[in-house]
Write a protein that binds this ligand. Structure first.
Ligand SMILES: [Zn+2]
Length: 386
């Protein structure tokens, strides 16, 4: 049993937080004085970040025919420094064999390593049932995109030992609807993404149980009809919560602001969508997607130019700070879009800064108007500093 003093993210009031048996045992107002220079210098405490989309990090990726427990563990522990205490390990469009193997290795690693189980509550299957059209398909390999079938989804879920929590699918196929129904029946969250679907197809998917949009505004055509289109359709439907990549590169500031105002802050969550080149030094890398380059500002692009994005490389500590700057939301709102709200989507309603909740916490310096990345002081996983 031990305690620490910090300021609550939602009130900025100093509190003493008592931790016992991996949980928050007590939160009481802290007395400031006696050696402390003042409350303003205390770090802020918040529930740890929950990222619904992590593909890999520091040279390891989950879409890897040679995926090992050690690679999974490396990515899981590497997230601590960014304040991310849990995430959905994300596999993207690939052959059935690669996907089934990756999900099986991930599931086995969770069984074997408690430190990985604490950080990976489930998986995100992004594809292979997505649009094959250039633009909506994003960087997913065209040769592995395929028509959805209930049978393949169920086989992948079996390989994953039932741990697929989120399925990103395009409803532009008639076959998507039975897959959505079958997945919803298993408690899987359905996200519309990488899609060229019509308004009618999007409505049909929502009626069948889709409740999310995956990285709305990305994985789309460079040019689309002004209206109607699949972005307006998803923005307008209150049954959908949108995930947004607010890393400073994937969406312009005005788009982030307009989308968050259209959906309302309670229907938006932040995702990093970080890939294996995240956390790598600036430079050129040969990858399965061709030669890519990490720029000095962290932007991941096709090698030799500065504008065509090739994936995400920044984490939640960046996204939280950027969403405050871009959309003008409060610290409280930004934190909830990165922690309690995504946690609730995957059924973790006890991921809060409240007595009795698991002690998965992040401590960071209060951001200023210029902050583009939070300064993380400490991260706690199940009651232990990590
Ligand atoms: Zn994607």
């Amino acid at each position: 049993m031990f305690s620490f003093v910090a300021r609550r993210y939602d009130t900025l009031r100093p509190v003493e937080v008592l931790i016992a048996s991996g949980r928050i045992a007590r939160i009481t107002p802290a007395r400031i004085g006696d050696g402390l220079t003042g409350a303003g210098s205390l770090p802020v405490v918040a529930p740890g970040f929950v990222d619904l989309q992590i593909n890999g990090y520091q040279g390891r990726e989950f879409n890897d025919p040679q995926l090992t427990a050690e690679k999974v563990r490396h990515v899981a522990l590497a997230m601590d420094a960014s304040g991310c205490t849990s995430f959905l390990a994300t596999c993207t469009t690939d052959s059935y064999e690669v996907l089934a193997n990756s999900f099986a290795v991930l599931a086995r690693t969770i069984e074997e390593l408690p430190e990985v189980a604490a950080r990976i509550p489930g998986f995100h299957c992004e594809g292979p049932f997505i649009s094959s059209i250039d633009g909506p398909r994003g960087a997913h390999p065209k040769q592995h995109v395929r028509v959805p079938t209930v049978e393949e989804f169920l086989r992948l879920q079996d390989a994953a030992c039932g741990r697929i929590k989120l399925l990103t699918i395009s409803p532009e196929f008639d076959e998507a609807i039975p897959v959505i129904r079958a997945a919803v029946k298993q408690g899987v969250i359905i996200a519309i993404g990488h899609t060229a679907a019509t308004s009618e197809q999007i409505t049909a998917a929502i009626d069948a149980g889709a409740t999310m949009s995956t990285h709305l505004g990305n994985g789309a055509h460079p040019q689309i009809r002004r209206h109607p289109n699949y972005i307006w359709d998803q923005l307008a439907d209150d049954r959908l919560t949108a995930s947004l990549i607010v890393d400073g590169h994937h969406l312009p500031a005005n788009v982030v602001k307009a989308m968050i105002r259209a959906k309302g802050t309670s229907r938006c969550v932040l995702v990093s969508d970080v890939t294996s080149l995240g956390g790598m030094p600036a430079g050129r890398y040969a990858t399965g997607l061709g030669d890519l380059e990490v720029l000095d500002n962290g932007k991941l692009v096709i090698a030799g130019q500065r504008d065509i994005l090739a994936g995400a490389s920044l984490l939640m500590d960046t996204c939280v700070a950027q969403v405050m700057r871009f959309a003008g939301v409060s610290l409280t709102t930004a934190i909830e879009m990165a922690s309690t709200q995504p946690a609730a989507l995957i059924g973790r309603h006890d991921h809060r800064l409240d007595v009795g909740c698991p002690a998965n916490l992040v401590l960071f310096d209060e951001p200023t108007a210029e902050t583009t990345k939070l300064v993380i002081r400490r991260t706690m996983s199940r009651g232990e500093w990590v």
